[in-house]
Write a protein that binds this ligand. Structure first.
Ligand SMILES: *[C@@H]1O[C@H](CO)[C@@H](O)[C@H](O)[C@H]1NC(C)=O
Ligand SMILES: *[C@@H]1O[C@H](CO)[C@@H](O)[C@H](O)[C@H]1NC(C)=O
Ligand SMILES: *[C@@H]1O[C@H](CO)[C@@H](O)[C@H](O)[C@H]1NC(C)=O
Ligand SMILES: *[C@@H]1O[C@H](CO)[C@@H](O)[C@H](O)[C@H]1NC(C)=O
Ligand SMILES: *[C@@H]1O[C@H](CO)[C@@H](O)[C@H](O)[C@H]1NC(C)=O
Ligand SMILES: *[C@@H]1O[C@H](CO)[C@@H](O)[C@H](O)[C@H]1NC(C)=O
Length: 340
């Protein structure tokens, strides 16, 4: 048996047992290689834990974000300027996740599906609960005018539409490092459906110079519009072109037109070619019910054109069966009894 070497730092720290044998040799192994076993244990723990921390938890966080829903309860577009609006959106996020993390504030983009974003807005920090209210309330600059025009056409023309709402944020859950997630939601919204069902009532013809309004308007009335969406739209001073069978008969101004969700009663003042209208009533439309085509012309706020609304209303023509009878009778130009 070789004489054991007494030197060496390991032997000094862990001197070999008094007699050689299996037991002591194992003990010896542990004494010598304890750090190695620790290392293996640490590696095993890390191999199990790291994927949980770096793969499973982020995956779960992203999955929970994807599985959550977002619904817009109200959307207000006010204070329109040439290149911006004030945007207020109240929405409800719902999640069935058992985690209730905090989402960092982030910048969200709005876009029609497959199109460039038309604006970006700040989403405040949000604590995710089963049901969470998220409010956006700020002035925004239009990020892409063509995309915003396209969006407003869809808002006015479609019964319903989808809008993408997306951004990158971080999820904070106590005890964990912030986890990066993509927040992407497809919002299905009701549109204004071409202002279908619009009606014009309470017509009053202003005859004579003393009755006419300063801008020359010779007829006033109420425009009734049903807005089936959750959107409020401040369209500024809106003018519309009026025609019958393709022949222009005048135009209408809807001052400070703000469309709110539900029923709207907007005042209208119009400048009509009264002679043309009177001719139509005495020849073709003897019941004084005129099929008037109304086409948006301009949308102006504080003296500036709002091109993103103008393009949308220009593309929208509404046919209204205008009952001019009562207004004409009131000035003695029509007798409903005689016309029968
Ligand atoms: C809007 O409606 C038109 C047809 O009415 C349709 O072609 C278009 O895809 C709709 N747009 C959106 C964004 O829903
Ligand atoms: C429009 O209003 C008039 C009253 O001025 C009413 O007689 C008519 O039925 C209304 N038309 C529609 C489509 O609601
Ligand atoms: C619309 O408003 C006008 C004046 O503000 C009012 O005289 C008229 O009765 C209203 N019409 C409806 C249907 O509410
Ligand atoms: C309507 O638009 C035309 C140009 O397209 C313009 O010449 C006209 O003055 C507009 N009418 C009103 C009332 O704004
Ligand atoms: C609409 O026009 C009137 C009269 O010109 C003006 O007083 C008002 O400020 C205008 N509204 C907007 C939103 O610019
Ligand atoms: C309308 O015409 C009928 C029959 O000609 C007449 O009796 C009635 O007085 C007239 N009504 C008005 C308001 O002029």
């Amino acid at each position: 048996m070789a004489h054991q070497k007494k030197g060496g730092i390991v032997n000094t720290l862990y001197p070999p047992g008094p007699r050689p044998g299996a037991g002591p040799r194992i003990k010896n192994h542990y004494r010598r290689f304890w750090w190695c076993d620790c290392l293996i244990l640490i590696i095993i723990v890390l191999v199990i834990v790291l994927p949980i921390i770096f793969v499973a938890i982020p995956h779960k966080a992203q999955h929970d974000i994807d599985a959550s829903t977002l619904e817009v309860n109200s959307q207000e577009v006010t204070q329109p300027t040439e290149n911006g609006i004030h945007l207020k959106i109240q929405s409800t996020a719902k999640s069935s996740s058992s985690f209730h993390p905090t989402l960092e504030a982030f910048t969200a983009s709005f876009a029609l599906e497959g199109k460039e974003p038309f604006l970006h807005a700040n989403v405040p920090e949000t604590k995710a609960e089963a049901e969470t209210t998220i409010t956006i309330d700020q002035d925004v600059t239009i990020a892409n005018m063509d995309a915003f025009k396209e969006y407003n056409k869809v808002v006015i023309g479609n019964e319903s539409f989808n809008v993408m709402f997306y951004g990158k944020t971080k999820v904070h859950q106590s005890g964990l490092k912030p986890i990066s997630v993509d927040y992407t939601k497809k919002l299905t919204m009701k549109g204004l459906n071409k202002l279908a069902g619009m009606n014009i009532t309470n017509l009053k013809i202003l005859s004579g110079l003393d009755e006419k309004l300063p801008d020359g308007s010779n007829m006033i009335g109420s425009v009734l519009i049903d807005n089936p969406s959750v959107m409020t739209l401040d369209l500024g001073n809106v003018t519309m072109d009026l025609s019958i069978e393709g022949k222009a008969i005048g135009y209408a101004l809807l001052p400070n037109m703000v469309l709110k969700p539900g029923f709207n009663n907007c005042s209208m003042q119009s400048t009509l070619d009264q002679i043309s209208v009177f001719q139509l009533v005495t020849t073709k439309y003897k019941d004084a019910i005129l099929p008037v085509d109304i086409k948006g012309n301009s949308s102006i706020a504080n003296g500036k054109h709002l091109p993103y609304f103008e393009e949308a209303i220009k593309g929208n023509v509404i046919r209204v069966n205008l009952d001019a009878g009562p207004a004409l009778s009131a000035i003695g130009l029509f007798n409903a009894t005689e016309s029968l």
